[in-house]
Design a protein around this ligand. Sequence first.
Ligand SMILES: Nc1ncnc2c1ncn2[C@@H]1O[C@H](COP(=O)(O)OP(=O)(O)OP(=O)(O)O)[C@@H](O)[C@H]1O
Ligand SMILES: [Mg+2]
Length: 501
Amino acid sequence: MHLGIDFGTTRTVVAVADRGNYPVVDFLDLDHDYHSHFPTVSALVDGKLVHGFAAQTAARSGARLIRSVKRHLADPDLTLESVIDVDGQQIALLHLVTSFFTALREALQQSSTLPEGEPIGAVIVGVPAHAHTAQRLLTLEAFRRAGFEVGAMLNEPSAAGFEYTHRQHRTVTSRRNCVLVYDLGGGTFDASLVSVENADHEVLGSVGINRLGGDDFDLLLADLVLEKAGVREQDLPERALDELVEQCREAKEGLTPQTRRLGVEVGDQMVALDVADFYRASTPLVEQSLQVMEPLVAGLDAAASDLAGLYLVGGSSGLPLVPRVLRERFGRRVRRSPYPGASTAIGLAIAADPEAGYTLTEQLSRGFGVFREGDAGREVRFDAILAPDHRVSVTDEVVVTRRYRAAHNIGWFRFVEYGRLDDAGQPVGDLSPRGELIFPFDPELRRGQDLLQAPVVRLEQGHLVEEVYTVDPHGIITVRVTDLDDGFSVTAQPRAATAAS
Ligand SMILES: Nc1ncnc2c1ncn2[C@@H]1O[C@H](COP(=O)(O)OP(=O)(O)OP(=O)(O)O)[C@@H](O)[C@H]1O
Ligand SMILES: [Mg+2]
């Protein structure tokens, strides 16, 4: 069986390749009802983790729900050792996500519409286009520990691009050959411009915000409701805020283009709100997505006549406000996916299907660079090693190298992943530290000395140094610094700090 798994902030959706069709897998809940997703929620019951529908059931009897775990993975400071606090208990994120995927695998095998007993082969999994290395690594590691064989990890909007071509291939012509995928999910926003030629897809550009999604609309609505009710957040009893946000999410999902009023309960009062007020307050969130998308739009021709479609996917594009704002800007070519919550998973299943023959040329989608400290920290230069539009491959490694003669006895490197560069060439946008490396260029300093204490001095005849940056097919970047004169080498690990000794 070839599966595509879209691990979402709120919902995890799985699709299967089945003789040229890509049906979404349904999961049974504890009441024996089917759902086209597995809820991305967990709960602690008597110190034990439960997930999905079991977690939702536990929450109804008072257990605390752990939601939007994927948002923590987008945390710029994430490492494989990161922990979160759940009711005073420290839980390692890697453990939590592994446990969630284990439950997902069991659900796929035991309580889903997949044929029972058939082994799950290699799966293709999705990750936000802007996910940094630590997020990719943790996601991959958790899938593997949960017993999945991961064939590839693709950027979510690229997968949705596959689904578009599969479904709407008639709109793609030799002149109109670009698809702008607009993916507004539960916790992340991603947009990618994909050019399509038959089954060959090339990502021309990709932008995104790691923390913009349906969750933000829910919180905003909750604020409006509290304000209208005259209740302060801090005066709410414990868990009441969670319940309120949940109710707001349901009310939001129930909105149709015709809805004028919505009602939400706070304590024992029913608060009625004009939908127009909610839309007015949340328009800036949609505008934020438009704003980050501008560089992609600039890549289209003047009249955007090469655009086959602006494809709205992600559950939050179901909010009537979203297509409304986008149509004001892009007109008729705005198309909503018939399965906004499932197009990524369907695209991943297409990618998993060897028969489909779809190919993808991908971009790195975020930058990677290094701050080099010279002169004992008196001088810091930023070197943008890999730009966000750097071509990467979903099947092979991509390598970039730098070579120079060491000018000092010690090299200080601070690596970062970044969203984009400002006019001065400094990294801005989603910025995540990727560890530090202190490299002893002087062989005398490789005997376990504390390099932080060693004075930095200039070298007359420094060794030849090589930095090798490798992007693997999952978008995971590793760095290796080598003294080419004697072979001494250090690999920077993706944790907070690494010092060579
Ligand atoms: N009809 C609807 N109207 C408005 N919002 C909706 C609707 N249906 C679902 N949503 C919202 O869509 C979000 C979930 O979307 P989706 O399943 O695409 O996200 P996800 O894959 O879980 O998250 P992400 O892709 O950000 O990691 C939730 O915030 C949910 O409230
Ligand atoms: Mg999603």
